[in-house]
Ligand binder design. Structure first.
Ligand code: PGA
Length: 266
């Protein structure tokens, strides 16, 4: 059931398998993480090349990831980054610091950052550039609220969010990002988008990416928002869904592995 792919132009071309990324949010402890990593690392599911698993953890756990995961197929990253390179910015964490721990990914523009920390599209762009500058992969999140969907504004909202980033990147930079479509109304609610709803928005996002050239059209577009083992396969089956950004279900090894297993089918 392999999806048609024309070019494999990014480091992780779409044909390389589903990218399944856990977003731990404000969860975890050294002991709980250790148990989770042990369970994940001994699973045969993660040895299969057709799924590309990753976890994005709170900053203090990056050192533990480096120790436990470096060299394994479970790659890791952070959930936010400073828009600044360095300087007098108390409490901020620079992209270069995250990269020093061997991280691959940084989530930028998650709706919880946009909502609770007032992150603008301009901030999301600045963060994306910082991540690219140090050779990591930004996971740029976009998504509409329920009110915006009800008004028929989904396409407009996600276009503005993604183009605010894409317009300022060169095609070479744009080809190195990952996009995550996360409808705000689906995050943590138990109500995931249907596969048809997801595909409609993913195809729209694909069109925006394609406008920057065929290499950028190959950027992965992940779905996030109440993805679980019982809906993952249906979502992964969609032509323009290239993986998932998983919140709650990434915290239990059985659930995360079941989603990874669903990814093996496509
Ligand atoms: P959820 O979160 O899977 O718990 O809905 C997804 C996310 O916010 O990345």
């Amino acid at each position: 059931m392999a999806k048609a792919v024309m070019v494999q132009s990014t480091a992780l071309g779409r044909s390389a398998g589903q990218l399944v990324i856990g977003n731990w949010k404000l969860h975890g402890s050294l002991i709980d993480n250790q148990r989770l990593f042990d369970a994940l690392l001994c699973s045969p599911v993660l040895t299969r090349m057709a799924v590309l698993p990753a976890v994005c953890v709170p900053f203090p756990f990056l050192a533990q990831c480096q120790k436990k995961l470096q060299g394994s197929r479970l790659v890791y990253g952070a959930q936010d980054v400073s828009a600044e390179k360095s300087g007098a910015f108390t409490g901020e964490v620079a992209a270069s610091m995250i990269a020093e721990f061997g991280a691959h990914y940084v989530i930028v523009g998650h709706s919880e950052r946009r909502m609770y920390h007032g992150e603008s599209d301009a901030k999301v762009l600045a963060k994306t550039l910082r991540v690219l500058d140090v050779g990591m992969t930004p996971i740029v999140c976009v998504g509409e609220t329920l009110a915006e969907r009800d008004c028929g504004d989904t396409g407009l909202v996600v276009s503005c969010q993604l183009n605010a980033v894409l317009d300022m990147l060169s095609p070479e930079q744009a080809a190195r990002i990952v996009v995550a479509y996360e409808p705000v109304w689906a995050i943590g609610t138990g109500y995931a988008a249907t596969s048809a709803q997801a595909q409609e928005v993913h195809a729209h996002l694909r069109g925006l990416l394609r406008a920057k050239g065929e290499a950028v059209a190959q950027v992965r577009v992940l779905y996030g928002g109440s993805m679980r083992s019982d809906n993952a396969a249906e979502l992964f089956a969609m032509e323009d869904v290239d993986g998932g950004l998983i919140g709650g279900a990434a915290l239990k090894s059985e659930d995360f592995l079941a989603i990874c297993e669903a990814g093996l089918l496509f």
